[in-house]
Design a protein around this ligand. Sequence first.
Ligand code: MGD
Ligand code: MGD
Ligand code: SF4
Ligand code: MO
Length: 696
Amino acid sequence: MGEVRKIRTACRSCHGGCGVIAHVKDGKVIKVEGDPDSPYSRGTMCSKGLAITQLAYHPDRILHPMKKVDGRWVRITWDEALDTIATKFQAIIEEYGPEYIVVGQGTGRDYESHLYRFANLLGTPNVLTAGHMCYVSRVSTSLITCGNLPVADYNGGPKLIVMWACNPLWTNPDEYRAEWFARAFKQGAKLISIDPRKSYYAGRADLWLQIRPGTDAALAFAWHYVIIEEELYDKDFVKNHVHGWDAFKERVKDYPPDKVQDITWVNKELIRESARMYARTKPAAIHWGVPTEQTNNCTDFTRTAIGLMAVTGNLDVPGGNALFVNPPTRTVAEFARHKDLSKEARAKRLGGEEFKLGARVAFINPKKAWDSILYGEPYQLKAGLLCGTNPVVSRANAREAYEALKKLEFLVVIDFFLTPTAELADIFLPAGTWLEQNHVADNWKRHGYVFARQKCVEIGEAWQDHKIFLELGKRMGQEWWDTVEDALDYLLEPSGLTWEEFKKKGYLQGENVYYKYKERGFSTPTRKVELYSTILEKWGRDPLPKYVEIPESPVSKPELAKEYPYIFNPGLRTPNFFHSANRMIPWLREIRPDPIAEIHPETAKKHGIRDGQWIYIESPRGRIKQRAKLFDGIDPRIVTAEHGWWFPEIKDPEHGWDISNANILTDNAFETCDPNMGSTNLRACLCRISPCEDEE
Ligand SMILES: Nc1nc2c(c(=O)[nH]1)N[C@H]1C(S)=C(S)[C@@H](COP(=O)(O)OP(=O)(O)OC[C@H]3O[C@@H](n4cnc5c(=O)[nH]c(N)nc54)[C@H](O)[C@@H]3O)O[C@H]1N2
Ligand SMILES: Nc1nc2c(c(=O)[nH]1)N[C@H]1C(S)=C(S)[C@@H](COP(=O)(O)OP(=O)(O)OC[C@H]3O[C@@H](n4cnc5c(=O)[nH]c(N)nc54)[C@H](O)[C@@H]3O)O[C@H]1N2
Ligand code: SF4
Ligand SMILES: [Mo]
C-alpha cells in the first residue's frame, strides 16, 4: 500500500513522443512528469500531456462497451460487442462485399499499423483519415519527388530556418518538437516566417512574409524565379540530381515577383530579399506545416518547396532538410500488409481513379464517403468503424458529414468519451489512453526514432486500440497474434529486440547519415529529384507543379465576395486543446473556456464589434458563433478562427456540435480539393461577420 512506482513511457496526447515518467500509486497514475533522459523532449512536457490524469480518470469517460437500444446506450460485454460487430461485418461482406465497410481513424494515433492491417485483411480499400489533407499528403508527395520526407534538421545546425505555415511552439507537430527549433533559433539561426498571422516567432523573425492564406505555392514559385534569375542555385546539384530542370525553369517564368505580389499580398521586394536570404545562407532548412496542405494546391506546393531545397543544395545535408533513416523495425506498411490488398479491392477504392496520389498511399477523400452513403455514388457504404476521430467536428462541410454518418446503417465508434460522432454509433467501444498501452511509439514518423510506450495501469474495461483490432480481427478469421505484445515482437523483429528488451532500452535511433544520394541517388524512378514528375506524367497529370487560385476567394468568386467579403482562415490551434479533444478537461478548459475568432481592430470597428463579444460568422454553408478577439497581427481582410469546438457540458446527444464548429462553414466540394491527393480546403473560404447581440 502507498508506494509510488515510477514508470518510464511516452506521451501521446498530441502526435506524441515526449518522454514521460508516470507515478503510479495503488494502481492509479497520480501524476506524470517529463523524462529528462528522453532524447526527443529532454524533460519537457506541455499542458495536454500533463493533464492526462484528468482525462484518464474523468467521470464522463466511458469504461465499458455499449450498444444503442431504442436510442439509449446500454452496457454490454466485450464478447457481445465484438460478436455483434463481427456478425454484422460478415453479413455485409457476404451480401455486398468488404468495400461496403469504411474504416477510419484520427490523426497520428499510433495505431495505423493495426487499423490498416484490420482493413486490409478485411479486404476493404476504404480507409478514411485526416491523411488526405494532413501529413500523409506531404509524405506521399515527397515520395514521388525525392523518395522520402525532407525534415528540417535542427540538430545539424541550420544557419537559417524558413518557418512556412507552421507554429511549432503551440503544435509540436508530427516529427517536430518546439524545443528543437527554439534551441537552433537561440543559437543564432536566422528566421524567415511565412504566415498570415503574427505568431510569437513571426514577430521575432528576420523577415516576416504576411501571406494571403492558400497562396503558398505561388510564393514558392516566385522564390524559384529570383533564384534562377540571379543564378543563386547549386549548378552542380541541378545538373546531376534534378530531373526536368529545363521544363521546370519554363514553368517558373509564369511567376515573376510582381505578379506573385498581387496573388499573395507579399511585397515584391520582400519576396526578392527573402529568396536571396534563403538561397545564400547555408545550410538552410524549410520547416513547413499543415496549412500548405489543406488547399487545392497541396501537392504542388510540396513539390515546389522540395524543389527549393534541392536547387539550393539543402537536401539531405546536415542542418538543411534531412532524409532521416528510421530505426530497423517493421514499417507501418509491412505490418499492415498493404501488399495483400487485392488489385480488385484496390480498384473499388472510393475516388481512387480521381485522387490517384491519395490512393497510392491508401487514403480516401471524405466527401467520397459521404456521397457514397447519402447518394449511393458509386455504391452505398453500409457500415463504418471509426477509431479516435470526430469527423462531425473535424471534417469540412460538417453538416454533410453529420448527415452521412447518421444515415449509415451500422456504425462502431472507438473513443474515450461520447463525442457528437460517437453519439451517432450503434456500438461504442472504450479505448485505453496512452497510459494504458504497450506500443512501439512514433514508428509512423520520419524523425529517425521509436520510443517505448509502456502500460502503466488498466482502467475499467477499456482496451488499448491495438488490442481491439487484434481481437476483432481474430474473430473475423484474420491472421493476428495471441497478444498485443506478441505483435510488438513481430514489429521489432528487424532490430533484433523483443518487446521486453526494447521496453528496458526505452528508444532506438536510426543511423544518422547524409548525402545518401551521392552513392545511390534518390528513391524515385529517375533516381533524381523529380521536379518533373514521371509518376504524375504516367497518370496523365501535369508533371510540373503550378499555382491554381483558391476556388472560393475574392479573386475567383468576386460576386460572392460582395456578400461574404472576408477570407475565413479556420484552424487556429491552442496549446491546450488537440482538435476536438480536451474540452471536458477542467485544467485545460479553464485556459480557454470559449471558442475564439480573431479579427483586426479596424474590421471590428466597421461592424461595431467589441473585444470579447460573441459574433456570428457566416459562409454560404451556414452560421456559427465564436467570441471575438481583436488582434492587429492579422490582415483586416481575414478572420481567423479556432476549429474543433463542441460542448461536452451540453448533455443532449448533439452536445452543441453545430454552435461554434468552424467546419459548418468550410466547403468540401471536389473542385476545392487537391486534384491528386484529394486534400480538402480547410483554411480559406469566404465569410461575413456580425455582432451577436443576445449573448455576453
Ligand atoms: N477547419 C479546420 N478543420 C480542421 C483542421 C484545420 O486546421 N481547420 N485541422 C485538420 C487536421 S490537420 C486534422 S489532423 C483533423 C483531425 O481530425 P480528428 O483526428 O478526427 O480529430 P480529433 O478531434 O483529434 O479526434 C477526435 C477523437 O479522438 C479521440 N482520441 C484521442 N486519442 C485516442 C486514442 O488513442 N484512441 C481512441 N480510440 N480515441 C482517441 C478523442 O477523444 C477525440 O474524440 O482535423 C482537421 N480539421
Ligand atoms: N495544441 C495542438 N497541437 C496540435 C494540434 C492541435 O489541434 N492542438 N493539431 C495537430 C495536427 S493534426 C497538426 S496537422 C499540426 C498542425 O500544426 P502546424 O503545422 O503548426 O499548423 P497550424 O497551427 O494549423 O498553422 C501554423 C501556422 O500557419 C499559419 N497559416 C494559416 N494559414 C496559412 C496559409 O495559408 N499559409 C501560410 N503560410 N500560413 C498559414 C497559421 O497562422 C499558423 O501560425 O498540429 C498538431 N498539433
Ligand atoms: S507535446 Fe505532445 S507528446 Fe509532448 S507532452 Fe505535449 S501532448 Fe504530450
Ligand atoms: Mo493534422
